[in-house]
Write a protein that binds this ligand. Structure first.
Ligand code: SF4
Ligand SMILES: [Zn+2]
Length: 335
């Protein structure tokens, strides 16, 4: 009970989150802040190259508790023509890929992020791609998505942050979205022949390790139930200031790599759609010198095959099971 009071003591709002930020990284509005090509399993079950261009644009108007994407954004809207120039610049340098993710650290359909006057020119640049994936806050999904879809030769997918179906935690994440909002956006996109990918957080703040696993699984269930085609499980990472503050107060811990394995296995075995584990910076989630790289390999393999791989045996398993057991006894937050 004592710990519960502690969580309600903190008034987490935009101000609280913004105060904890460090400085942004310097960015150039005429250059994407990074771009890469990686292999991903497609909906049709083949491993294909997917290019990702991380566009530089104005910071997202939402201020989610766990977000660190603001670090590579501008304060003001980028000039007209800057986004097409960034895409062209990256395409000139990327190795060929049939699929493209255009991620903009916010919402592609936010007029302050991607100037709508650029949409036509952007669409033209995307002609060579079979699929194009953009991201959006569920509340910014509207008929602008359909106009963009119609201007594309490529098939459009939209990635939406579901984060968690734990409604109390979702509210505390300051995402300003309800599960109804998410469902409405998903239905709207599906009805308009746009595939939906959901981002799901593994162990957001305020949850124990065991709860983190349970709620990630429930979030996958929810997403597939309403017609999402692909779920990406993201281990909650610190680094934005706000999460560090919560960590000091014992309200946030990053999940273990074992938990990520468990949730990925679960999602894959449902057989409802693709499930991926986000492996960026994964070394930070595993502290065991013996099995760490094997586990990352295993996750990568499962991402690619969508089949459960043989489990890794390691003496560290016992230790982590023990710490999950302890967590369960301390399971007091947000009951
Ligand atoms: S909506 Fe997405 S980009 Fe915007 S603050 Fe939230 S997590 Fe970050
Ligand atoms: Zn180990």
């Amino acid at each position: 009970m004592h710990s519960m009071n502690k969580t309600t003591d903190i008034q987490i709002d935009d101000r609280w989150i913004l105060t904890r930020r460090s400085a942004k990284n310097p960015v150039n509005p005429w250059r994407p802040y990074t771009y890469l090509v990686e292999k991903e399993r497609t909906k049709d079950g083949v491993a294909e190259n997917v290019a990702t261009i991380f566009l530089t644009n104005r910071e997202c108007p939402f201020h989610c508790l766990m977000c660190d994407l603001w670090k590579n954004t501008t304060d003001c809207r980028v000039p007209d023509g800057a986004i097409p120039a960034q895409i062209q610049w990256a395409l000139d340098r990327l190795s060929p890929a049939p699929n493209l993710k255009l991620y903009n650290s916010g919402s592609f359909f936010d007029a302050q992020a991607i100037p709508p006057t650029d949409f036509q020119q952007i669409a033209k640049l995307l002609d060579p791609f079979r699929t194009v994936i953009v991201e959006s806050h569920p509340r910014l999904v509207n008929d602008r998505c359909l106009a963009f879809r119609d201007s594309l030769k490529s098939r459009l997918h939209v990635a939406l942050g579901l984060e968690t179906v734990h409604s109390d935690v979702l509210r505390k994440l300051n995402k300003r979205m309800t599960l109804k909002d998410f469902e409405r956006a998903t239905n709207y996109l599906i009805q308009n022949k746009i595939l939906v990918r959901a981002f799901i957080l593994l162990r957001p703040p305020f949850l124990t390790e065991a709860e983190g696993v349970i709620w990630a699984k429930r979030s996958i269930d929810f997403a597939f139930n309403i017609g999402v085609e692909c779920c990406v499980v993201i281990p909650t990472r610190g680094g934005n200031g706000a999460l560090e503050r919560l960590r000091e107060q014992g309200l946030f811990h990053s999940p273990t790599i074992q938990s990520l394995e468990e949730v990925l296995e679960y999602g894959i075995q449902l057989n409802y759609g693709r499930v991926f584990a986000d492996l960026w910076d994964m070394e930070k989630f595993s502290h065991c010198k013996i099995c760490s790289s094997q586990r990352i390999q295993r996750l990568r393999h499962m991402n690619m095959t969508q089949v459960k791989a043989a489990p890794i045996q390691c003496p560290c398993d016992k230790k982590s099971a023990k710490s999950i057991g302890l967590d369960i006894k301390q399971e007091v937050y947000l009951r």
